[in-house]
Write a protein that binds this ligand. Structure first.
Ligand code: REL
Ligand code: ZN
Length: 420
């Protein structure tokens, strides 16, 4: 049905973005069969590493050791007191907790942490997974699966995920970023590799990747890379990319996802909260994606400064799909700026957002907040077209939104969306 008035158009767009189910292409969530790896509940929400970093800023006298020695509940109490009671929780990560509590139906004006805890004590994981995925309208979640993690390996040996809402991604950071310590872990798993990459090492790394692809059936292979990642380069990392990752990605017909721009452990005392950001050389992305045009690359970059040139690079290389507003970019002002720029340069051939959730409940806020911004940008874009006399049908808007919230990803993979 063709939409005739601008008012109708804007309300239809907002409603469609709000209600269209999402494929969340990068998270740190896990299916229930992964046991303790799946995090959820108010104490996990409060001890999210984003909030730990923010708490230390208001507590100059708190020693890092003292904090890490506290129990999770004590840490959560301190964070609640510091960021929510003694200050107003308007940072994006704090606001996220408030959005989640509100969406769960709590009266947030009471600020009663014990009431929230009581609720979580009485909830079963499987019910909670259903509740959150339904409330957030997230139909599929892509996990981050680490074959170097002994506990997680055990889960895969027992069959991994049987929940079709949780799909796998094979994460290979140790292979590319920490070879000097990870090669022995490959040896322990039965692969004949040498630290100096001699002999059968490259073939054995390929065998390792193929075995894990066979076990996990991942949608893609992924790595986070430092801001000074360079390509080409005379390094172990680049040799493994050229001789192992690329041929295996090609053979298995799955993309190689590169998440570029992280400076790990600039403050090791903060643990997971101690990573930072640095600008990267877009030439690195240009060179690798144009060299391997028959391989698909999913790329996100962490620095705001890299966003425009990354979108331009995607215009030149159809095997490059840009995704998400990653980590320090996942703030309303930056999501809006980046989404607007991407839609202007790439139309709908982009994945505007992923959640990066570490805690199940966060799906509620990450997607609520992002959907609001995506809707706002789309309203402007459709509104501009409307002003010229261009008219859209409801079906066209539905198609566009479904594409942005998952369809583009599945088409890039060349796989049908399993939920359709
Ligand atoms: O996948 C990654 O490498 C990052 O997203 C994480 O390391 C990071 O800690 C995450 O919590 C950011 O949102
Ligand atoms: Zn992540």
């Amino acid at each position: 049905m063709t939409i005739q008035s601008k008012e109708q158009l804007l309300s239809f767009v907002s409603e469609t973005v709000k209600t269209t189910p999402v494929t969340d292409i990068h998270t740190h969530l896990f299916a229930e069969s992964f046991g303790d790896l799946l995090l959820w509940g108010v104490d996990e929400l409060l001890t999210y590493h984003y909030l730990i970093a923010e708490t230390f800023r208001f507590r100059p006298d708190l020693s890092y050791d003292a904090f890490w020695q506290m129990s999770k509940q004590e840490q959560a109490d301190l964070i609640w007191q510091t960021l929510f009671i003694e200050h107003t929780p308007y940072s994006e990560a704090c606001r996220g907790v408030v959005t989640v509590l509100n969406r769960l139906g709590f009266d947030v004006s009471k600020r009663d942490l014990e009431e929230y805890r009581t609720y979580f004590r009485n909830v079963k994981a499987s019910d909670y997974i259903n509740r959150i995925l339904e409330l957030a309208k997230v139909k599929t979640v892509v996990m981050t699966n680490d074959p170097f993690d002994a506990y997680e390996r055990g889960v895969w040996e027992k069959g991994g995920s049987t929940d079709s809402r949780f799909l796998a991604a094979l994460r290979i950071d140790p292979l590319l970023n920490l070879w000097d310590t990870s090669w022995t872990k490959l040896v322990e798993q039965g692969y004949q590799v040498q630290q100096d990459l001699s002999g059968e090492t490259m073939a054995e790394i390929r065998r390792f990747l193929k075995d894990w692809i066979g076990r996990m059936n991942p949608l893609y292979m992924a790595v986070s890379l430092p801001n000074d990642f360079a390509y080409p380069e005379d390094s172990v990392r680049v040799r493994i990319i050229d001789e192992c990752i690329i041929p295996v990605a090609r053979e298995a017909d799955i993309p190689f996802a590169m998440m570029i721009g992280v400076k790990r452990k600039v403050n090791p005392s903060l643990k997971d909260a101690g990573d930072s950001v640095g600008k990267s050389d877009i030439g690195t992305v240009e060179r690798i994606v144009s060299k391997y045009q028959d391989v698909k690359f999913l790329v996100t970059m962490l620095s705001r400064e890299n966003q425009h040139e990354l979108a331009v690079t995607a215009r030149k290389n159809r095997n490059l799909l840009v995704f998400g507003c990653w980590w320090f970019l996942n703030n309303p002002s930056l999501i809006e700026e980046i989404t607007r720029m991407r839609l202007e340069l790439l139309g709908g051939s982009v994945i505007p957002q992923h959640s990066d959730c570490r805690i199940l409940d966060q799906l509620l806020y990450k997607w609520d907040h992002s959907r609001g911004i995506i809707a706002k940008v789309l309203c402007d874009k459709y509104g501009d077209l409307f002003d010229t006399g261009w008219r859209l049908t409801e079906e066209e808007i539905r198609r566009d939104v479904e594409d942005l919230l998952g369809g583009v990803f599945w088409k890039f993979l060349g796989k049908p969306d399993p939920t359709l």
